[in-house]
Write a protein that binds this ligand. Structure first.
Ligand code: GLU
Length: 405
């Protein structure tokens, strides 16, 4: 085992600066309960957390946008409620989370504010990532927080999430957040340093895997059982998270987080397992939009809007001339040219009813027309896929033929 470790550390050291972490524009970092909370005392590992915060500040200084997904609410809260060690009933976990979350958020605020970083607490449930309107709202909030320079600290809203609608583990939640935020890198800081061909605690022949290009059934079979008492995720939830992340064009890495300065360690000689995506976050999202089997409805647009779409701009209500079918905000709809041809597809920010009220009007009129401040675009360019190349305008065609010998 030791030999294998030394071997992979040496092999990795030469290319560390070029890891997906260093190159990412937007990074999601997930910290497990076992790292944040001392198993013996049930208290926050503050000294360790300070070193993580120093790492986060360094990444921000090199221009990277960060989102932290932090576990630890239940593990921190249980002591204050006098709950005995061992598994908790759902209601007990929910109560512990209510007590622990406030402490967790406070710790992040205390540690980051002296560095002039504004911390934003975001508590999500499964529905926020599964239900389209809520997904879009959460996505827009994260985007706004990042644009304003805040550091979102996310956890599951354990206090209200019942058994059926619960993630229960922050590995998959973090992957959904990475997908929602179109992040290019997700780091799961854990009490394991990566994926092995078998459980290394039981099988001395177990080999470490540095890089996974494809999540095959064989890779899935390597996932062992949870290895810590505090967190609820094991290797299985990490592989499930990897599926979500790489499907969204995001690199994902599993790394041991117990070292001081865990991200510096990861970028230095630390070993980790990287799961490689086959596309970028934007391409993955566009692929998903283009692949929608049955768009919920459609809008007709005028020639000016068609031109704007072809030059890479968003679809504004001003260019819409009509709607077809029933659709809600967050649905994928078709965009039809004046002659009824599907020219694009995208995720609409407005329902068909709201669209008919604002179509043909300028975006600044939206608030007056609808009674709320909605988004400026009907379909944002990041949520839009052009299905047909631009037809050659007749004038251009003539000038080409005239110029020909
Ligand atoms: N949301 C849980 C907490 O904050 C942790 C879930 C997990 O262990 O991944 O305590």
């Amino acid at each position: 085992m030791g030999k294998l470790h030394a071997m992979s550390a040496n092999r990795q050291s030469g290319r560390k600066q070029h890891t997906p972490l260093a190159q990412a524009r937007r990074v999601v970092i997930k910290v497990g309960s076992a790292l944040l909370v001392d198993a013996r005392t049930g208290r926050l590992n503050r000294a360790w957390l300070e070193t993580l915060i120093a790492d986060l500040l360094r990444l921000r200084r090199r221009g990277q946008q960060l989102i932290l997904v932090s576990s630890g609410a239940i593990a921190l809260g249980r002591r204050h409620l006098g709950l005995a060690p061992g598994p908790l009933r759902l209601e007990e976990s929910q109560a512990a989370a209510a007590v622990g979350q406030i402490r967790l958020a406070h710790a992040y605020k205390e540690l980051l504010e002296p560095h002039e970083v504004t911390v934003a607490q975001v508590l999500l449930t499964l529905e926020d990532s599964e239900q389209r309107t809520r997904y879009l709202n959460a996505r827009a909030t994260l985007e706004t927080l990042l644009a304003l320079g805040a550091l979102p600290v996310i956890n599951e809203n354990d206090t209200v999430a019942t058994a059926e609608i619960r993630y229960g583990d922050n590995d998959r939640l973090a992957a959904r957040v990475a997908q929602m935020a179109s992040a290019d890198c997700l780091v799961l800081l854990s009490d394991v340093d990566g994926l092995y061909t078998a459980d290394p605690n039981r099988d001395p022949q177990a080999q470490f895997i540095e890089r996974v290009e494809e999540i095959t059934p064989q890779i899935e079979a390597m996932a062992g059982r949870p290895s810590s008492d505090l967190g609820s995720g094991g290797m299985a939830t990490k592989i499930a998270a990897a599926r979500i992340a790489v499907g969204a064009g995001c690199h994902m890495c599993i790394a041991a987080g117990h070292h001081r300065h865990p991200l510096k360690h990861l970028e230095g000689r630390g070993r980790s397992t990287w799961f490689m995506p086959h596309s970028t976050p934007v391409a993955a999202r566009k692929q998903w939009i283009a692949g929608t089997l049955r768009p919920a409805g459609a809008v007709h647009i005028d020639a000016g809007a068609l031109q704007a779409l072809h030059s890479g701009r968003s679809l504004l209500p001003a260019g819409v001339t009509g709607t077809r079918g029933r659709f809600e905000s967050g649905d994928t709809i078709s965009v039809l040219s004046a002659d009824g041809i599907e020219v694009a597809r995208g995720v609409t920010a407005y329902s068909d009813q709201d669209t008919s009220r604002i179509m043909g009007r300028r975006s600044i009129e939206i608030a007056t027309l609808l009674g709320f401040h909605g988004r400026e675009e009907l379909i944002h360019r990041d949520d839009l896929v052009i299905l047909r190349p631009q037809p050659v305008p007749p004038a251009a065609a003539v000038s080409v033929s005239e110029a020909a010998p």
